[in-house]
Design a protein around this ligand. Structure first.
Ligand SMILES: [Zn+2]
Length: 456
């Protein structure tokens, strides 16, 4: 069971290393509910006929994978594995609870595991996971940990071996013989996602290389497509956006003076990464062997796992990049207080370091300002300047914010693209506020840039 981590198989819990919800200074080991082959708890327990069909399809998939692995009696084994996952799913938190960050913040001391979640040999588990000396962990969904551990202790070892065999093969499907990859796509690609055609192998190769050597690829990409001059231009734009935000916060009418102090502190502490990281991951310890796809995948996963575990011995670094520079995207990380905009997204026509400032501020600038807005809206109001969990608005701030926001709700409720279908203003509120704030702040920032660097 514990070897699942070192073998890089999908295992019964999700694990990751991040700062704790209350202490931003260092990283801790987080344990999340996991271990299910289908995406949602409801896929396992919803009694509707549609979900019953999906479960039957999943069971056939398990059987097909076991058969590919050379295991006899695969149908019967698959039925038992599905039944086990259904029991695990019952212990998982309902979706609404699983998404409530305040319910995820459950610090457990090492000794709590034996008391609160008996059944698992926790010493063996944590030793194998490489975190034997850790005094404290964060458990996101205690019911899942307790329930799954009880199943570890209560179900037969042969059943668990079959469960782990299936998930191990499934995990490596992309680098196993074609019949395995095809079966994997038939379930996850076609049945679950509706895709008809397996992606071209070149795309799979790019995905695999990005996954194994993300920042090494990013380094090559940025050398070619996002030179230091582009980064400097984007950073100057971000600095103008921050200045614009500072005066907009000072002028807010719904936020109390006391809360404005906290907002300013949060803005001052916000780390914004643009393009690519200042320091790159050193991959020299990772051995890449031509022609050994499965070995390369195993070694890369082991490398990345050790890279993450090493963080447990270092102070937390808010500037740690959470997305690869070559990805076309942006991430906002509330905990710690940081946002990242990749070289991949900062490309023409969205952002052009040789292009006109008005265009850059109006497109990429507005997009970056949109994301910054989330740090100060109802999403961000539960994380403070250091990314610690806790509301920093007063009740009065919230009431005034909602009253002002209600006007935007009404505006969007009135947009009916079809005669029988209108926009739900409340459902899109956070995004609409961010879009509006993004444009206004980007315009302010553009005006600031003209004052600082007047055109002739
Ligand atoms: Zn948004």
């Amino acid at each position: 069971m514990a070897d699942g981590l070192t073998a890089n198989a999908d295992h019964i819990f999700g694990v990751w290393v991040n700062q704790s919800f209350e202490d931003s200074g260092h990283y801790v080991f987080h344990l999340l509910q996991g271990g299910l082959g289908m995406p949602d708890r409801d896929d396992y327990i919803d009694p509707s006929p549609r979900m019953a069909v999906l479960r039957a399809q999943y069971q056939s998939h398990i059987a097909a994978i076991l058969k590919q692995g050379g295991f006899a009696d695969s149908e019967r084994r698959a039925g038992r594995i599905l039944a086990l996952e259904i029991r695990m799913a019952r212990a998982h938190a309902p979706d609404a609870d699983a998404a409530d960050v305040f319910k995820q913040n459950n610090p457990w001391k090492r000794g709590d595991f034996d008391v609160k979640a008996p059944g698992m040999d926790w010493d063996a588990y944590f030793t194998s996971a490489g975190v034997a000396g850790q005094p404290e962990f964060i458990v996101w969904q205690p019911s899942a940990l307790t329930g799954t551990s009880a199943l570890v202790g209560g179900e037969s070892i042969d059943l668990w071996k079959d469960y782990l065999r299936f998930h191990l093969i499934e995990h490596y499907a992309s680098v196993l013989p074609k019949a395995v990859a095809t079966e994997d796509f038939a379930f996850y690609g076609t049945i679950l996602s509706g895709a008809q055609q397996m992606p071209d192998r070149s795309k799979g190769a790019i995905t695999a290389t990005n996954g194994a050597l993300g920042q090494a690829v990013g380094q090559l990409y940025t050398q070619r497509y996002f030179p230091p001059e582009a980064k400097a231009k984007a950073q100057a734009m971000v600095a103008d956006l921050i200045t614009a935000y500072r005066s907009r916060i000072a002028n807010l009418t719904w936020m109390s003076a006391e809360t404005k102090k906290k907002a300013r502190a949060k803005l001052d502490a916000l780390t914004i990464g643009v393009g690519y990281p200042d320091t790159w991951i050193d991959y020299s310890a990772l051995e890449v062997v031509r022609g050994d796809a499965i070995g390369n995948m195993r070694r890369a996963e082991a490398f990345n796992r050790l890279h993450n575990l090493a963080k447990l011995r270092q102070p937390a670094d808010p500037a740690e990049w959470r997305i690869d520079p070559q990805a076309v995207g942006a991430v906002i990380v509330f905990s710690p207080n940081a946002e990242f905009f990749t070289a991949g997204i900062l490309q023409p026509p969205y952002f052009d370091s040789q292009g006109d400032a008005a265009s850059n501020y109006g497109s990429a600038g507005a997009g970056i300002a949109h994301e910054i807005s989330h740090s100060f809206d109802e999403l961000g109001n539960i994380y403070d300047s250091q990314g610690r969990l806790g509301r920093w608005w007063t009740t009065e701030d919230s009431a005034k914010y909602r009253a002002a926001a209600a006007r935007l709700v009404t505006q969007f409720d009135g947009y009916c693209p079809f005669s029988d279908l209108c926009v739900h203003g409340t459902q899109v509120l956070n995004e609409n506020i961010a879009d509006l704030a993004g444009l206004l702040v980007a315009h302010d920032a553009y005006v600031l840039s003209l004052q600082a660097r007047p055109t002739s």
